[in-house]
Design a protein around this ligand. Structure first.
Ligand code: AMX
Length: 438
């Protein structure tokens, strides 16, 4: 059985060769136009970034190295006693393009558990923060502080060769992922359960097994399985989304993985991105309060229009790239349908009923290019059902997850020697001049 590092050593040379060939043979090949609407429209649709681990198709959704979500659910190993994909198997797939064996997955789980403790100074830093500070701010601060032990930064100071960049990047990425459960659960404990004792990391458990334990939900097998699936599925969504792109941009300056991912977390903290799952729950609960027990299509429709007419977006609907229901949403809904207690849950029922009505209303409203749900339309509501009701915390769980993809890309960016990112910007005057004189 090969280790993760040996597997990467095997696959990197072919990728380096592929890039060299692309550069040499197609450096000047044109693959798209830049329109003024791209420049003023948040670069939507512009093909301008290399990202190895996943590609997002507008209709079909995400594929991780060619595997769709249902493919992954068939082939990626789960935890002992579980049935859902676990983040370790997704991380292995993202990093290497290969499906790990159960044994390889266990080895990775073990390594992560062994590296999972936080340095004492980071514990003290987090404990010193006011509990009123948003959990995402705390997470970003904690991740940035972990760069104290960055292997990449230490080796860079000593003058490492470019060929060694990726190995040190990988060590940092593995350490960071390993420490996220301890960091994220410490924030949860401090903010919401100040009297609770944090469990020690169990060296025999997988990453999410430990995370659930640390959060105080270790005995809830169903929630633990949901978190495994949730964190595996949110791991990567190609490169252009704000959090992934931020990690890539900051990493391109050769900032270490801790600083790069810390920056990504602050992009994730925005309401149009990762904060949406907290917004969805707030919105669905407000809907429930307003319409009471009389949950009919008509009442939901009225509530949707009320939201839209007040100038707000319908949270959990629409997407920058997707033009169909998000297959991650579908996968989480299937998880709910497979469990009787979730099928009967009032909040999950409300999410389902909203899904039956919202696309029609959004089409009639006529603004969004995608009237269908994204993953956030359900993800937080399931947590709420399980009793994890502190919705300001939800984006932290997303933040634990997105590390898988964003950090994978940092390894690839250093292995491929990708350069500093530096697009050209223009003022409106300069743009007008260019339009007159292309
Ligand atoms: N409800 C109401 N209006 C919406 C809408 C929604 N759910 N989604 C998009 N629109 C509006 C936009 O605000 C925009 O209006 P404007 O022309 O007045 O500015 C118009 O439709 C066109 O937008 P778009 O091209 O369809 O979407 P986009 O690429 O600009 O934005 C997104 C994508 C996700 C930010 C947007 O759909 C949105 O705000 N959705 C609600 C928030 C949400 O669910 N975010 C989570 C995204 C997934 C994630 O990152 N976790």
């Amino acid at each position: 059985t090969k280790s993760l590092r040996e597997t990467l050593q095997d696959v990197i040379p072919a990728k380096q060769e592929q890039l060299k060939k692309l550069k040499a043979e197609h450096g000047q090949t044109v693959v798209g136009d830049v329109k003024v609407e791209n420049i003023i429209g948040g670069m939507r649709g512009l093909k301008a970034m290399l990202w190895e681990a996943s590609v997002l198709d507008p209709l079909e959704g995400i594929r991780f190295h060619r595997l769709s979500i249902p493919d992954c659910q068939k082939v990626l190993p789960s935890a002992p006693g579980g049935t859902e994909i676990i983040p370790e198997s997704m991380l292995w797939l993202l990093l290497t393009g290969q499906v790990p064996t159960p044994e390889q997955t266990r080895q990775l789980s073990q390594e992560l558990a062994e590296k999972g403790e936080l340095p004492v100074f980071v514990e003290k830093l987090i404990d010193s923060l006011p509990k009123t500070l948003h959990p995402m701010t705390q997470l970003g601060m904690g991740v940035a502080a972990l760069n104290h032990d960055s292997s990449f930064q230490a080796a860079y100071e000593k003058g490492m060769k470019k060929q060694e960049y990726w190995t040190h990047t990988l060590e940092d990425c593995i350490h960071l992922i390993a420490r996220l459960p301890a960091l994220a659960s410490r924030i949860y404990r401090n903010v919401y359960k100040p009297d609770a004792q944090l469990a020690p990391i169990d060296k025999n458990l997988d990453l999410v097994g430990n995370y659930a334990n640390l959060l105080g939900y270790g005995d809830n097998h169903s929630l633990t399985e949901y978190l495994r699936l949730y964190i595996a599925l949110h791991g990567d969504h190609e490169g252009g989304n704000a959090s992934a792109h931020t990690a890539h941009l900051v990493g391109s300056t050769l900032s270490d993985p801790y600083l790069s991912y810390s920056a990504a977390l602050f992009a994730l903290a925005g309401p149009l991105h990762g904060l949406a799952n907290q917004e969805v729950l707030r919105w669905q609960l407000a809907m429930q309060t307003e319409i009471g027990d009389n949950i009919t299509h008509e009442n939901i429709k009225d509530y949707l229009w009320k939201t839209l007419k007040s100038g707000q977006v319908v949270p959990g609907y629409g997407h920058g790239v997707l033009r169909n229901p998000d297959p991650r949403f579908i996968a989480l809904q299937e998880f709910c349908q497979s469990r009787p207690e979730l099928r009967e849950s009032p909040i999950i029922k409300l999410v389902n009923k909203t899904f039956e009505v919202a696309p029609g209303v959004l089409k009639e409203h006529g603004k969004t290019k995608n009237p269908y749900p994204n993953v956030d339309a359900t993800s937080g509501c399931v947590l709420y059902h399980y009793g994890l009701t502190e919705f300001k915390y939800y984006t932290v769980i997303f933040g634990v997850s997105r590390a898988l993809g964003a950090l994978t890309q940092l390894v690839w960016a250093r292995a491929l020697g990708l350069p500093l990112e530096r697009p050209k910007s223009l003022s409106m005057d300069a743009l007008e001049k260019l339009i007159k004189n292309p």
